[in-house]
Design a protein around this ligand. Sequence first.
Ligand SMILES: [Zn+2]
Length: 419
Amino acid sequence: MIFRGHVVTPTSGGWADWPDARIEVDGAQIRAVGPWRRSHHYADLRPHILFPGLVDTHAHVPQLPICGVHPEDLLNWLRKWVFPLEKKFRGERARELSRRFMQDMLEQGTTTAGLYTSAWPDSVDACFAAAEEAGIHAWIGPPLMDEGAYRPVTAKRVIDEARALAALDRPKLRFAVAPRFALSCSEELLEACGDLARARDLPIQTHLAEQPEECRQVRRRFRRGYVEVYDRAGLVGPRTIFAHCIWLTAADWRRIAHTAVAHCPTSNVFLRSGVMDWRRAQVARVGFGTDVGAGPDLSVFRVARMAWTVHSLAGHTIDAGDLLRTATLGGAAALGFDDVGSLEAGKSADFIVLDADHIMPAGAPTTESTDDLLSRILHRSGRSSIRQVYVAGRLVAERTTTSPSPPARPSSGRAAGCG
Ligand SMILES: [Zn+2]
């Protein structure tokens, strides 16, 4: 299958921007990408933009129903909104909501994700099944907790269940060891999480230093700093992704260099958590997280835009290209998937088709610099600008209400239907 359109993708050295280009797909993989050359059979997607599928490094599947409800401080928000909802996320409800979550995510252009389920083991099965059906790459793990849990269990039981669920782990869908955060775990559980991840070579995802009161309570309970608590349990390493990382010292950042960070600015604004230090965070591999349900929706474009806003207001303007790289290749590197995040030969054919009429306002020049185009993509993209989403070469989502089509362009070959 050959797709013709305007290809825009990060590469190892910068950005490729080919206004008339092709993506050749062989099965689930990209065989070649580059400027257009004559072919007879292809899907003509011009003038629209073919862009890599987005990566959401941090979201909670059970929390979709509370997106946008009244913000509180973190610890009250968890007690009042999150735990009662997660407690119900099991059985048929977990299966149904996991499917809807995946579809919603795909419609937002996200094709790779780091996900949490609820503490119930069958919610993990439900989420793996839905992710497999969607075809995405993902980390999936239940929030492991034995302190203040909505499901009273011992540390031993929690870790025994996690060990059994680790059998779900496979190259494209990783089982993640996910201690919810330090305050939800005994020292015994944190250490058991570190041991399990090491023994089975599993990735680790958790929260770190989201709000000051949380950090104070961690110090009071464990009598040491937040990073040190995780470090002593063997949870700080190259396979770990930490969400938030707002209230960290320079020494903390040095300690978590070479880990990965899920930067969640929409959530951090909603819960008024603070602003992560973008420059210091560059010691780690940084991706964006919607952090649904504290984030308002599953749009990684919205998160990238919010990062631009909060860091600009804090005096550090980040290039659109750097933010969009974080939303794609950066997130893929954070999750350790080297076959997604850009449109290059050998990678999974995960891409989105951005509506050129949405990205370019009326009267805009027909050609412009790559920097200008990336700025437009950053500031003008959202769910409504995504016409189609492909995962592993398969059409998985398509916008049903379309804006008026641009005038048809003559095609030198025969345009095939997509999907
Ligand atoms: Zn979270």
